[in-house]
Design a protein around this ligand. Structure first.
Ligand code: CO
Length: 139
């Protein structure tokens, strides 16, 4: 069902100090930077092997990542698996009885389509599935 880990999501208060760690100290290459209004975040993708680290800074306190930070502070936020067909995967997950946050795919970074499963259904790990936009290389 899942072909690879696409990225891990890391919640941060601000992008720039996080870049000093991930880009400057860890020397990961910044692949993409984008404000994803629909998710209320500014996101940066950094390359690591054929996957990514996704830094997420909230656009406002009243957003999912803003609420996460208020509750838990900065840290690991989610794991994202790549899928070939997100609609088909969502249907299969639903049939398996898994609790979904997103019944339908929404727009993710770099024109991808994404959906989240509820951590209650996934052993406490907020889990995202991502279907990359056509023409966007996986890495
Ligand atoms: Co993500």
């Amino acid at each position: 069902m899942f072909s690879r880990i696409d990225h891990i999501g890391v919640a941060v208060e601000q992008i720039e100090p996080a870049l000093e760690l991930y880009r400057d100290s860890f020397q990961l290459r910044v692949a993409h930077r984008e404000v994803v209004e629909q998710q209320g975040v500014e996101a940066v993708l950094l390359d690591i092997g054929d996957g990514h680290v996704e830094l997420l800074a909230p656009l406002a306190a009243d957003t999912p990542v803003g609420r996460f930070l208020a509750k838990q502070g900065p840290g690991l936020h989610h794991v994202a698996y790549q899928v070939a067909d997100i609609a088909q995967t969502l249907q299969a997950l639903r049939q398996a009885g898994l609790e979904l946050i997103d019944e339908h795919p929404r727009v993710g970074i770099r024109g991808s389509r994404v959906a989240f499963m509820h951590p209650r259904a996934t052993a406490g790990v907020l889990t995202e599935i991502v279907e990359p936009a056509a023409g966007v290389e996986a890495h």
